[in-house]
Design a protein around this ligand. Structure first.
Ligand SMILES: C[S@@+](CC[C@H](N)C(=O)[O-])C[C@H]1O[C@@H](n2cnc3c(N)ncnc32)[C@H](O)[C@@H]1O
Length: 220
């Protein structure tokens, strides 16, 4: 995307991506559901005299008009913090709405099938989830892939949902996006091109670039 484009950095946290993008002359709006995070980002940007707009909002209900942005970013697996598949679908619909036709949405996720050191833990959680469903036991997780840790487990995850990239591909398609690029961080670091569906099993994060169908496209 050329400098001067209007970018929405959704789930911007403390501005890790917002500030460098603003420095590269993009017109960036940094937004997050967390007020302290937005405050932190804004004060760092002011300190370094980087021009960016900031607001606190929920990605499931964006206060922007249709076609406001040329690009949207939900970086570092932020979409996995949105509760439930329906919540994720709602975020994608909102992003699609605020994007210009032809605009891009870039995001990353984990994968439930990733073959890495967390695979055994994920398998155990899946088994316990399915047993609790069969035995009709109460469990905090109501959907596959949800992770909810309290402080008692000494790990700062209160909610995250790790599902298969297949689900994101379906959600994107249902929303009206074309997935124009899909690769893993490891492959990107090694300068390898996208390598098909086997990437789902790659141990590392997945990167997606989705495009809202351009105006002049022949697609319905
Ligand atoms: C893993 S952090 C990533 C922060 C930042 N993008 C980065 O790369 O450093 C995910 C961020 O998404 C935000 N977030 C979670 N749910 C959100 C929602 N529904 N709407 C907007 N932001 C949300 C969190 O508050 C958190 O700051």
């Amino acid at each position: 995307m050329p400098p001067g484009c209007r970018l929405l950095d959704l789930g911007c946290g403390a501005g890790r991506t917002t500030i460098p993008l603003a420095r590269q002359n993009y017109l960036v709006t940094g937004t997050d559901i967390s007020l302290p995070m937005v405050h932190r980002g804004k004060s760092q940007a002011q300190q370094w005299r980087v021009p960016a707009t900031w607001s606190v909002l929920d990605g499931t209900d964006l206060p922007f008009a249709d076609n406001t942005f040329d690009g949207v970013l939900f970086s570092y697996n932020g979409i996995e913090l949105v509760p439930g598949i329906a919540g994720k679908q709602q975020v994608l619909s909102e992003i699609w709405r605020v994007l210009e036709p032809g605009g891009h949405f870039i995001f990353t996720t984990h994968a439930i099938e990733a073959l890495n050191r967390y695979a055994f833990g994920r398998l155990k959680r899946l088994a316990s989830f399915f047993f609790s469903q069969i035995l009709k036991r109460d469990k905090l997780e109501s959907e596959v892939g949800e992770v909810i840790h309290g402080p008692e487990r000494n790990l700062e995850v209160y909610y995250m949902q790790i599902v298969s990239p297949r689900i994101y591909r379906t959600l994107l398609q249902d929303t009206g996006f074309d997935l124009v690029y899909y690769n893993s961080r490891r492959r990107i670091d090694a300068q390898k091109p996208p390598g098909g569906r086997w990437i789902d099993f790659d141990p590392d994060f997945k990167f997606y670039v989705a495009q809202k169908t351009p105006k002049n496209s022949n697609k319905p």
